[in-house]
Design a protein around this ligand. Structure first.
Ligand SMILES: [Mn+2]
Length: 347
């Protein structure tokens, strides 16, 4: 540990980002959540955590933007088998429903399967809740690595109840405000409907990158006083590094309270940065735009108290080491997110 050289290549047996930290030495705890049972279009995000960890070993630890995120220690816990098992069961039950285009009202097989899938979704929620509460009680930064975008519910819930008030900054191509999707209550497409519905301490939700949504979701964006959405076309019309763009960012961030959870769906980014993700959409944030948001959030003086990174899928042809372009982008984004959170806690 004393001899750790951040400039050296990752050593055999080292952890995420090639780091040597055990849990006791880490101020950041990352949990892998290989769950993608409700993914409606293309699966594979269950392989996100292992692919990101494989790719993370190539990330340089020096960071011009947020300093040395690794210095406080980062520890990764892979799934202990429970989430993998819940996912396996839920996927098998969900498959016939997804092929049918959603749960059918009069179909008792579907209705039974839905109940069991809901119970498995509840199990994930509770598991993530416990992990996050433990992190916060131990004064560690909780980081959830999906999996599909259904996984952070319990984490946001635990952080909101720990602090009493919380805002969420959501990066996403989709609004994720559906009231259940294809019959799945805890669907990836419903995560922020559920957050708004289930978490009374939720102060506000700011959405960035959104460019694909349903009519009822659009209405919710417009009418729910807790939701503020900067649509992707609105963002794209703002010139980089312009006062107008700064103003738009400050307006959005101004809706957030002091304590913020970042929920980053990789599909917020332009699809050439995440070609393997479940539901890619043209348009989206380029890398520097995403970084500008993180910098602005830190500069605003808000404190990032937890975060998730979801929907990274390694794609059909991962490298022999399990990594891929999607995972390389995911690993670098993860490092920056952790760096931004640490920087925000320093102030
Ligand atoms: Mn999403």
């Amino acid at each position: 540990m004393d001899s750790f050289d951040p400039d050296a290549a990752a050593q055999p047996g080292s952890g995420i980002f090639g780091l040597p930290h055990g849990l006791a030495e880490a101020q950041t705890h990352v949990l892998g959540l290989p769950f993608d049972a409700t993914t409606s279009y293309r699966r594979g995000t269950m392989h996100g955590p292992e692919a990101i960890v494989a790719a993370s070993r190539q990330v340089d630890l020096y960071d011009r933007l947020f300093g040395e995120a690794h210095a406080g220690g980062i520890h990764y816990s892979a799934d202990d088998g429970r989430v993998t098992q819940w996912n396996r069961e839920a996927r098998a039950l969900a498959d016939p429903i997804i092929s049918a285009g959603g749960a059918e009202d009069g179909n008792s097989d579907h209705q039974q399967a839905i109940l069991r899938i809901e119970a498995l979704g509840e199990a994930v929620r509770k598991h993530v809740q416990e992990f996050t509460a433990n992190c916060l009680n131990a004064k560690r930064l909780p980081v959830l690595l999906g999996g599909d975008h259904s996984v952070p519910l319990g984490g946001i819930e635990a952080a909101a109840s720990h602090y009493g008030e919380l805002g969420v900054l959501q990066f996403d191509a989709h609004a994720d405000l559906r009231e259940a999707y294809e019959g799945f209550r805890w669907s990836h497409a419903s995560i922020f409907h559920n957050v708004l519905q289930e978490i009374p301490q939720l102060h506000s939700l700011v959405q960035v990158g959104v460019r694909d949504l349903g009519e009822r979701e659009a209405l919710r964006c417009a009418e729910d006083p807790r939701v503020k959405t900067l649509f992707d076309d609105q963002w794209a019309a703002l010139p980089p590094a312009s006062p107008a763009r700064d103003q738009a960012m400050n307006d959005c961030l101004g809706s957030l309270p002091n304590l913020v959870w970042i929920s980053f769906d990789i599909d917020a980014l332009t699809p050439n940065l995440c070609p393997g993700t479940g539901t890619p959409v043209p348009g989206g944030l380029d890398w520097h735009s995403a970084m500008a948001w993180l910098e602005k959030l830190v500069q605003s003086g808000r404190r990032i108290v937890g975060l998730d990174l979801c929907e990274v899928a390694p794609g059909p042809n991962p490298d022999p080491n399990g990594s891929s372009w999607d995972a390389i982008v995911g690993a670098r984004l993860l490092y920056r997110l952790i760096g931004a959170a640490r920087e925000s806690q320093r102030a």
